[in-house]
Design a protein around this ligand. Structure first.
Ligand SMILES: [Zn+2]
Ligand SMILES: [Zn+2]
Length: 330
């Protein structure tokens, strides 16, 4: 790959290590690719899983970051100067059985930004132009960043959860705070479940219109039509099944989760559905990025300079912030 200059990047050399702020070569875009000058890049729970070596198929050393917002500088497929977002799905082959079935999120040859190809914790990244999305102008760079995974994969999880009016969200982080706003805009009721002692997150959920917010070890006040799990905690799966009505759906929205404990079949009986959501399709992105301005989404963001990437990851790990952490280049 041709090179052109150097840039600052936060590099994960191997799982278990902190990110290393380094000067690395800037890659030149190949056929069908663009080079994007990064303005902001969201920090996602998946970045913690990558740092912990919990994502199968990820390769290292790697520049993380799959919620990148920036400006196209060169390459093919987008005009120079276009503001785009670069999401988690970085490539799909378009030819495998899953792609042919319209399930490019499950492509057998998929590549993932910030996991199998370098991502946006850097001043530049190179991306497949087909998987870069022009962004609604209503959102600043900072606000647009969390839309690209928290929002987009959250939206896919919401679609798979069905149209019922009462939806539980387990884990009230970046994804849930956006989904709660979508649900309220749709006229649906939000039930927010957090760690028992996380009163700040419960207050935050109520501020965003949740009908109820409480501990994840408590039942909701009424049976739910669906529940979406963003917390990577397997113990929550039987609890969520117990919280949904017969015929209700439980969606596991994260890429990694601790083991699910044994549970009685009675929790699944009654045509309850338990499923995961994986990755995204370009169709999901088109739908969500059209919906986000209409719904008047207000992403709550906390900026960190790129050089503070490790502090952002640590704050996310401790649950120290409400909304989304976003790295900004200057
Ligand atoms: Zn993510
Ligand atoms: Zn494919």
């Amino acid at each position: 790959m041709a090179l052109c200059g150097v840039m600052r990047a936060a590099v994960l050399h191997a799982p278990g290590q902190p990110l290393s702020l380094e000067r690395v070569p800037i890659a030149a875009p190949g056929p069908g690719q663009v080079r994007v000058k990064v303005a902001a890049c969201g920090v996602c729970r998946t970045d913690l899983h990558l740092s912990d070596g919990e994502i199968a198929g990820a390769t290292y050393p790697r520049i993380l970051g799959h919620e990148a917002v920036g400006t196209v500088e060169s390459g093919e497929g987008h005009r120079a100067g276009t503001r785009v977002g670069v999401p988690w799905l970085g490539f799909a082959c378009g030819a495998c059985a899953r792609c042919n079935a319209g399930e490019e999120n499950l492509c057998e040859h998929a590549q993932f930004t910030g996991a199998t190809r370098d991502g946006g914790f850097a001043e530049y990244l190179v991306a497949d132009a087909r998987f870069c999305f022009p962004l609604p102008e209503q959102f600043t760079d900072l606000e647009a960043a969390p839309l690209l995974c928290a929002g987009l994969i959250g939206y896919r999880a919401l679609r798979l959860a069905g149209p019922g009016p009462r939806v539980g969200l387990y884990g009230f982080g970046a994804a849930a705070h956006l989904l709660a706003q979508v649900l309220r805009w749709q006229g649906r009721e939000v039930f927010a479940f957090t760690r028992p002692d996380d009163l700040a997150a419960q207050d935050f959920a109520r501020e965003l219109g949740a009908r109820w917010a409480g501990s994840s070890d408590a039942p909701p006040p009424v049976p739910l039509d669906a529940a979406i799990l963003f917390a990577p905690v397997g113990e929550l799966v039987p609890r969520a099944l117990a919280a949904v009505r017969p015929g209700g759906t439980v969606v596991c929205g994260g890429i990694h989760m601790s083991d699910i404990p044994r549970f009685p079949y009675a929790l699944l009986w009654g045509e309850r559905v338990l499923r995961s959501v994986a990755n995204l399709t370009r169709q999901d992105a088109a739908e969500f990025l059209a919906l986000a301005p209409k719904a008047g989404l207000r992403p709550v963001t906390h900026p960190y300079p790129l050089s503070d990437a490790n502090r952002a990851l640590a704050d996310l790990r401790r649950g120290a912030l409400q909304g989304a952490a976003v790295l900004v280049t200057d």
